[in-house]
Design a protein. Structure first.
Length: 225
């Protein structure tokens, strides 16, 4: 999900209630990072840009939790921050795996593997939605204000989390990517043509993928496990 300039003026609920698979409340672990290989330097990946067909395919469940997944997650965080986003899903860098990363301002980064929303509130939260894969286009949208999500961490351990407001909004946006959906899918054909022109203009001005390289970069700050 793309960052919104109004984010600085938004008051966030800092309390993230994380529960283990037994349902007992436990505090978020100290974010020591997901990289166990000190020799690995995260890389900035190329973004997949709408209307690329890869954004329309449902992602595969992660079944093996190994060093490859750790490296992929590190690359996702590096790519997200390089392009100024607050969230990213693996399909956005061309990897069909059910992994999303969220990093809002100075809060602890959040990693969810195989996320599944098990509760959505009737109350809604309105925000100007944007997407790293759809540069140059934003639109007001309402999503459920509070959600409960079951997921696995980088070690494959089952966890759950209840979040509200922007966290809930961002997680729902990224999970849509895992289902092969984007927030422009419901637009009319005419409006999609207009959006595509805005995307083309953004690409021409180097707003996306211009700075990206295959060179290693310094690891992003640690992610929650």
């Amino acid at each position: 999900m793309a960052n919104n300039p109004e984010l600085d003026n938004l008051t966030l609920d800092k309390s993230l209630d994380i529960t283990d698979s037994m349902g007992e409340i436990s505090p978020p672990p100290e974010p020591d990072g997901v990289i166990t290989d000190p020799a690995y330097k995260p890389k900035i990946r190329k973004l997949v840009i709408w209307p690329d067909a890869r954004l329309t395919r449902a992602a595969s469940v992660v079944e093996t939790f190994d060093e490859e997944i750790e490296h992929l997650v590190a690359d996702m965080f590096a790519t997200m921050k390089n392009f100024g986003g607050v969230g990213i899903a693996a399909p956005q860098i061309g990897v069909s795996k059910r992994i999303i990363c969220i990093w809002i301002e100075k809060d602890a980064p959040l990693l969810l593997i195989n996320p599944l929303i098990t509760f959505r509130s009737e109350e809604t939260f309105k925000y100007e939605e944007g997407c790293l894969s759809i540069p140059g286009y934003y639109a007001d949208r309402k999503r459920p204000q509070t959600i409960h999500v079951d997921f696995q961490n980088v070690n494959g351990e089952k966890m759950s989390i209840e979040v509200s407001d922007l966290y809930a909004f961002a997680i729902q946006h990224e999970i849509d990517h895992l289902e092969g959906k984007t927030f422009v899918d419901e637009l009319s054909s005419l409006k999609k043509i207009w959006v595509q022109k805005k995307v083309t203009r953004a690409l021409r001005h180097g707003q996306v993928n211009g700075p990206a390289t295959d060179e290693s970069v310094e690891p992003p700050s640690p992610v929650q496990q």
